[in-house]
Design a protein around this ligand. Structure first.
Ligand code: GCU
Ligand code: CA
Ligand code: CA
Length: 712
């Protein structure tokens, strides 16, 4: 970092996160003249030395830099916001509190991570939110207590937390005793002042949303030192005096009480979510870890893990030869669910500082949960574990005895290619992708997702190489074949399109194009349809529409257009064809009679009583489509005189019922029988299915798109 950046837990915050969602993490931190990146590039003057006689750096430029996580190279550097301004504004005049920083990553727009760099908490506090995209840092907003937020002064902790406290889908920054909304405005300030420990989580699962358990430093027996509050409003649910509390902790460590428990160095025992006394305090008030097999959380302190018990704690692990960090804070290097499952690992340094050790639980879990890194709040909490007096991470949902089912993760892996080997996302596997692939070569990390590790053997080796080679420079450029069999049928204010399914395995869908000119001027009417049909209701009756369809594959290669089909939607009409009228073809065998009253027209058709006797009508249509038929009939016989309908020689319906009407003078209507009629002339034949022949038939009605009596 160079001599112009002060070293220490409070001064040098660095956030490691994939800020531009390209699949690789960046590192962001404050920089100065002399900062050298991972490629040896030096920022500003390599010889500048701004340290004063006490070692404070109160002059000289301050920058914010983004480094490439893979190479350490500078990606972008901007002036640090805010500048020091007047040193005394931050809480002292000799230059300690001007250099108090916090930092976090947060999904301020609900989708993309921003990085928030924060300065000051004893007096003035300023939070600057930055987006990193396309290799550039862009300022999103600045929150400044000097800008109308006097009640937020002095409310910051030595730590912060990030979560969607108001449930609007965007992250807020819980800055100790106040909270900054996702848009950079103040959400609330409790006025409870600075403190050293804070826990943001669903600590009371019976209350909607999240809660905050915190401790506060103001001195005095009458001031609040321990508080439990609603994270969305700041409303204090319960609190305890006296003030000046140094340690506090909260989570579900005791299965005998619902929700989280809470304790601080001044609560005189373990408390429930209403502040009620539960038993003696655990042996430590420091970190937490899901370690053994059950859902309650264990205690992590120094180099050991313990399970809370109402009479005494039980030691589960001592990491012999390992030490904790930060003096009396006794924190591990990291505790987090880094290997999957959902229990947490802990990373300690060996006491001789020559190695890091990762410890993981060997206890079988009693429950299956999504890995905790699937939860945005938890994942962001792991990012701010680098920051100041970090406190243990909490997910956004409650984990504990009797917990509800955890939420299904709503996350999208960043930068993962849909085409294996296309690491730069240009839909082509070529030389541009080789460096990224070589970086992975022989990596034996099981944390690589299946998108990288094709056969999930935790090794990027020849298997993956052959997957890459198989796609080499060969992004699929072959389009599907043009759809076949397109038909268009008009209705009243609608056109129904239908075509054959394509057979390509990588088919993504169909596009429909339409014109009102035959053969040209097509415009897109529907895109990426998953099935081979489309109903176009966006049409005007009386206009002829011309359609073509294309097929697209998953690389969005588009086929040639299908052959054209057209249709002219129009209003629906019915016609009735009587015996002896145009369209009445004839009766085989039988007679036209008029000896039973109640008929219309000039009479009715009476077939002989025999299987196969039939009556035929001719109907003309302007377009192929569905039409409804029905008949007026009398059946004074002894049984249902069922019939079959064929159109142009093809049977389309059978078993059509002509039930008894009670008398030859009693007339009824059959149900509607739907048939497909061709464009132009159609021969409709109704044939007797029984030896009684047909009922006496008064007329046939045809309903559909402009039918007319046809030519017999
Ligand atoms: C009687 C009736 C006819 C009818 C016939 C039948 O003859 O008068 O109208 O068609 O029965 O059973 O089909
Ligand atoms: Ca990135
Ligand atoms: Ca008639």
């Amino acid at each position: 970092m160079g001599i112009n950046i002060r070293a220490g837990a409070h001064y040098t915050q660095f956030i490691v996160y994939d800020l531009d969602s390209n699949g690789w993490a960046e590192l962001v931190c404050k920089t100065a003249d002399g900062t050298t990146d991972g490629q040896g590039t030096i920022l500003g003057s390599p010889t500048a030395d701004y340290r004063n006689s006490s070692g404070y750096i109160l002059s000289g430029p301050e920058y914010l830099s983004v480094f490439d996580g893979r190479t350490g190279a500078f990606l972008d550097t901007v002036d640090y916001i805010p500048p020091r301004g007047r040193v005394s504004d931050w809480g002292d005049s000799y230059g300690n509190r001007v250099d108090r920083f916090l930092a976090c990553a947060a999904y301020l727009d609900g989708v993309h991570p921003s990085v928030v760099m924060c300065r000051g908490y004893y007096a003035r506090a300023v939070l600057a939110a930055w987006d990193f995209s396309g290799g550039k840092l862009t300022l999103r907003w600045v929150f400044d207590t000097n800008n109308g937020y006097a009640s937020y002064m002095g409310q910051g902790n030595h730590n912060l937390s990030v979560g969607d406290v108001d449930g609007d889908g965007f992250d807020e920054i819980v800055y100790g005793s106040c909270t900054i909304d996702h848009n950079g405005t103040g959400l609330y300030s409790t006025g409870l002042d600075h403190g050293d420990a804070m826990h943001l989580g669903d600590l009371d699962p019976a209350r909607p949303g999240l809660e905050v358990f915190a401790i506060h430093e103001p001195r005095g027996d009458t001031v609040i030192g321990t508080s439990f509050r609603d994270a969305a409003t700041g409303e204090v649910i319960w609190s305890m005096t006296p003030g000046d509390v140094g340690r506090g902790c909260s989570d579900d460590i005791y299965a005998g009480n619902a929700g989280a428990e809470m304790w601080s160095s001044k609560t005189e025992g373990l408390r429930d979510r209403y502040g009620g006394y539960l038993g003696s305090s655990p042996g430590s008030t420091n970190f937490l870890i899901w370690w053994d097999g059950d859902l309650t959380r264990e205690l992590l302190d120094d180099n050991h893990i313990d399970k809370y018990g109402t009479s005494s704690d039980t030691r589960l692990l001592t990491a012999a030869g390992c030490s904790s960090n930060n003096g009396t804070k006794s924190t591990p290097c990291l505790s987090a669910d880094i290997l999957g499952d959902w229990r947490e690992e802990v990373i300690w340094r060996t006491s001789d500082n020559t190695a890091l050790r990762i410890y993981t639980s060997t206890a079988a879990a009693s429950h299956r949960l999504y890995t905790l890194m699937h939860d945005p709040q938890y994942r962001l909490a792991i990012a701010w574990q680098n920051v100041a007096y970090n406190q243990p991470p909490h997910p956004s949902f409650h984990i504990g005895a009797g917990m509800n089912a955890p939420p299904v993760p709503d996350i999208v892996p960043a930068g993962m290619p849909s085409l294996y080997g296309d690491f730069n996302g240009d839909l082509l596997v070529d030389l541009q992708d080789l460096p990224a692939f070589m970086d992975l070569w022989l990596q034996d990390s099981c944390s690589l997702t299946a998108e990288w590790d094709v056969n999930e053997d935790c090794l990027i080796n020849l298997h993956e190489f052959s997957a890459l080679a198989g796609n080499w420079a060969g992004a699929d450029v072959t389009p599907p074949s043009a759809p076949a069999g397109l038909t268009a049928a008009a209705g009243n204010g609608t056109v129904v399109l239908d075509w054959n399914d394509n057979g390509e395995t990588d088919l993504a869908g169909y596009n429909v194009y339409r014109s009102i000119i035959a053969g040209s001027n097509y415009t897109l009417a529907a895109s990426l349809l998953s099935s081979s049909e489309f109903i176009d209701n966006d049409v005007v009756n009386g206009i002829t529409y011309y359609y073509v369809v294309t097929a697209l594959d998953k690389q969005l290669n588009e086929s040639a257009i299908s052959s054209e089909a057209s249709a002219k939607p129009d209003a629906i009409f019915s016609i009735i064809i009587q015996e002896n009228e145009l369209g009445f073809v004839g009766i085989v065998t039988g007679t036209i009679d008029s000896n039973h009253a109640g008929y219309t027209g000039t009479g009715f058709a009476n077939t002989t009583n025999a299987v196969g006797a039939y009556i035929e009508w001719a109907v003309s249509t302007p377009a192929a489509g569905r039409y409804d038929l029905r008949w007026r009939f009398a059946n004074g016989g002894t049984s249902d005189r069922r019939g079959t309908v064929s159109v142009n020689g093809s049977q389309q319906a059978a078993g059509i019922s002509f039930p008894l009407t009670g008398a030859w003078t009693a007339w009824n209507l059959t149900g509607l029988v739907s048939v497909n009629l061709a464009q132009g002339n159609n021969m409709i034949r109704l044939t007797a299915e029984t030896s009684d022949g047909l009922a006496n038939i008064d007329w046939i009605e045809i309903t559909g798109l402009l039918p007319s009596a046809g030519n017999s």
